[in-house]
Design a protein around this ligand. Structure first.
Ligand code: FAD
Length: 712
């Protein structure tokens, strides 16, 4: 009943305002005339109208502020308006609270819990920022705040304080307008008026930047746990982790003359050099040599027999490759580039400081204006009963293997499982690949995965599709057994776990500093690769997403440039054109959309496919399996994505990566001379197929008729 009465009163007041010609009180002339004779009365009327307009949420508060400035001048105007606007806003707040708060909180309370908690904790600051930079209209703030858990008294004083600067800028603009004697160019060009309008334009920007700075300081203070910001830093940039992400971050820092320290707890080069790309590609090479030799024997090109492979030599090649590449990522090289390298484990202890436990057991604390977390990832190991009993391998430990396993189970058929499983099969292990999915490499189109699977089966891999391991046991006569979820038992002597990767975030101080991680445990960053702690950035595998060496390096550029120069200029990380390759046989390379992604996202596409069975070079190499597939915007020369399956797919994809990155279409590929006979020609033939589809049938019909005219 009480609420209904208030509603009726409000409606009546708004109606009355317009019925009684209230609009005239929104015009400057009304007040200017009155003010000469009756300053107090005028101020009283103006004050009351302002309160009514804001309390009833009638549009016109900004206009009234300008009028107030014009009529009363800066200081008197500011005094009147500051109180009138705050009192009016508080009345609107109280009305909204009385009429709607209980209903809203009852109906939506469960959804509003987080907002309510935030408001109770930080409501005053939140309101202050809204008042200073009104991203939401003035009247909406009043009404919305009425629904939130903030006291009327707090609402009043925060509003008055928060609106003061903005009100002053508006009143000043009004005052300058009021002094305008005539509407002439000379009048308008008056420095006072121009200055007032420049201030009006710049105020939101200035307020935002000031508020931003204050928020950063507040954020940092909350995470510092009493540790003061050092007056001077040891470094401009401190990087934790010397994998691809950390190395590139440091190089960029030192190239821009920043003092950079790079901390690595294990081996320079991280996963890619020591346990990832390099050893895996080296063992794939060894397996390919064996495979090609066997092919040579089968085809009769070679005579005799292969007595067996020398696994020690295979591993020698693997470790030899690492040793040969090591200098690229070495301490010597990086120190030569001006980076201070420390061998030790780094832990964040404040937004500016890292505690380092050095390799020789010493403790050291270093400070920096900016810190980059580049601690990478590690293989995920699932919980399987009996796993403790088994000396299993992951991609981290596989490279210490001494003997070629006779029977190997590879758990997981993603890119790593497929690459390594196929390599061991080609080297002579009996490999069984167990995976929950029906097809390997689930990110790729099904027919692409099918081609890879067929090739692996031909190499002797047994594929247990749609299966998982439920139990592992030691076998009586040595070795182990794995029980699958269909009850089947597999004997094996080596198990390789390749079921995905997780972030390396343990003991690096994330919890202590309140740095957020996502649901999968990866460090959360914004599009500038900044964490929720303003001085700390992160890049590479530790932030999840695409987990490739080249993406880590790409992200490192954004993390280092944004952290070092963010106060002047910042760049949003760009993931629009990211290529990748899986080094199975046949290789698979991708950029942009495949058919699976396009269909899932409802994106229209035109598909063109060229089979490598038609390519001269692939035929002469006895490698004519696979295809080049390109998705384009229907009717347009714009590449949406490309997938290549087959030999040299990793290199061939570059044509389309360049095309997508620089806005070049298939016409440009077609118009480029490619050497004969090369695999690259496949891309040109594909472009030709696409072009043929674009030419109108009608035009060809006319051309046929045109030529026919000249024939007998
Ligand atoms: C088997 C395998 C094959 C792969 N093949 C390819 C491929 O062909 N192409 C490709 O692009 N990508 C490949 N990858 C992925 C690639 O290796 C990663 O994407 C890349 O290494 C990520 O680099 P990063 O710098 O983010 O992390 P990492 O390389 O993991 O480096 C992180 C570093 O941080 C160090 N660290 C961690 N915690 C601390 C601490 N507290 N203090 C100091 N140091 C710390 C670690 O010791 C490590 O050296 C492969 C990965 C695997 C496992």
């Amino acid at each position: 009943m009480k609420k209904l009465l208030i509603l009726v009163l409000i409606a009546g007041a708004v109606f009355g305002f317009y019925q009684l010609g209230g609009e005239q009180w929104l015009l400057p002339a009304t007040y200017q005339e009155l003010y000469q004779d009756n300053p107090w009365l005028t101020a009283g009327i103006y004050f009351s109208v302002y309160v009514a307009v804001t309390a009833l949420s009638i549009p016109g508060a900004a206009l009234m502020t300008l009028i107030g400035g014009a009529v009363f001048g800066l200081w008197t105007g500011l005094l009147i308006i500051s109180f009138a606007s705050t009192i009016g806003a508080t009345l609107a707040f109280l009305m909204s609270r009385t009429l709607l708060k209980d209903w809203v909180q009852k109906k939506f309370g469960q959804y509003l819990n987080t907002i309510n908690q935030g408001m109770e904790k930080d409501g005053a600051f939140y309101l202050f920022t809204l008042r200073l930079i009104p991203v939401v209209p003035f009247f909406a703030i009043n009404l919305l705040m009425g629904l939130m858990p903030i006291s009327a008294f707090r609402f009043y004083w925060v509003s008055q304080l928060g609106m003061l600067a903005g009100t002053a800028v508006y009143v000043n603009a009004g005052a300058q307008l009021g002094e305008l004697e005539e509407l002439s160019l000379a009048g308008i060009m008056n420095p006072g008026l121009l200055g007032a309008f420049v201030l009006l334009g710049l105020f939101p920007w200035f307020a935002k930047s000031l508020l931003g700075k204050y928020q950063v300081q507040r954020n940092l203070k909350a995470r510092a746990h009493g540790r003061a910001k050092p007056a001077k830093f040891d470094d401009n940039l401190l990087v934790i982790g010397a994998g691809a992400a950390g190395l590139v971050s440091s190089i960029i820092g030192s190239a821009t003359k920043a003092q950079v320290t790079l901390i690595e707890k294990h081996k320079m080069g991280g996963d890619c050099l020591n346990t990832g790309c390099v050893p895996s590609k080296a063992i794939i090479h060894a397996a390919k040599v064996v495979h090609e030799s066997q092919k040579g024997l089968q085809s009769g090109l070679l005579k005799g027999n292969i007595e067996g492979i020398d696994f020690d030599k295979v591993m020698e090649h693997v470790h030899g490759s690492i040793t040969a590449i090591e200098p690229h990522d070495s301490v010597e090289r990086y120190e030569g580039l001006g980076v201070n390298c420390i061998s030790g484990s780094g832990k964040l202890i404040s937004p500016w400081e890292v505690e380092i436990e050095t390799a020789d057991g010493q403790q050291e604390t270093r400070s920096a204006a900016n810190i980059i977390i580049a601690t990478g990832g590690k293989p995920r190991v699932p919980e399987i009963p009996g796993l403790d009993e088994v000396d299993y391998y992951t991609s981290d430990s596989l490279w210490d293997i001494k003997k070629l396993p006779a029977k190997m189970i590879v758990l997981g058929a993603g890119p790593i499982g497929c690459e390594l499983g196929q390599a061991f099969a080609r080297l002579g292990s009996q490999v069984t690949m167990v995976d929950r999915s029906e097809l390997p490499m689930p990110r790729e189109d099904d027919d692409v995965a099918q081609l890879v699977l067929e090739s692996m089966l031909a190499d002797g891999v047994i594929h247990k599709a749609g299966r998982s391991i439920t139990e592992l046991n030691k076998a009586a006569g040595g070795g182990y057994t794995a029980k699958l979820d269909n009850g089947e038992e597999l004997a094996f002597d080596a198990l390789l776990i390749a079921v995905g990767r997780e972030a390396n975030t343990q003991n690096i101080g994330l919890e202590e500093l309140g740095i957020s991680t996502d649901n999968n445990g990866f460090v959360e960053v914004d599009e500038y690769l900044q964490t929720n702690c303003p001085t700390i950035y992160a890049c590479g595998d530790v932030i999840g997403g695409y987990q490739f060496t080249h993406v880590s390096a790409h992200e490192a550029w954004y993390a280092s440039v944004n952290s070092l120069f963010g106060r002047f200029i910042r760049f949003k990380s760009d993931y629009r054109v990211i290529p990748w390759a899986t080094f199975t046989a046949p290789e698979v390379a991708r950029v942009g959309l495949n058919e699976k992604d396009a269909t899932a996202n409802g994106i229209d596409y035109e598909v063109t496919q060229y089979g490598l069975d038609d390519l001269d070079r692939a035929i002469t190499d006895d490698a004519a399996t696979g295809f080049v597939r390109v998705l384009t915007v229907p009717g347009k020369d714009k590449i949406l994505g490309a997938t290549i399956v087959g030999p040299r797919a990793d290199d061939l994809i570059s044509s389309f990566v360049t095309g997508m990155k620089h806005g070049l279409g298939l016409n440009k590929v077609l118009g480029t001379i490619h050497a004969y006979p090369t695999y690259m020609e496949a891309n040109k033939y594909l472009a030709g197929m696409w072009k043929k589809k674009q030419v109108s049938a009608k035009l060809l019909d006319w051309l046929g008729k045109y030529h026919k005219r000249k024939l007998k």
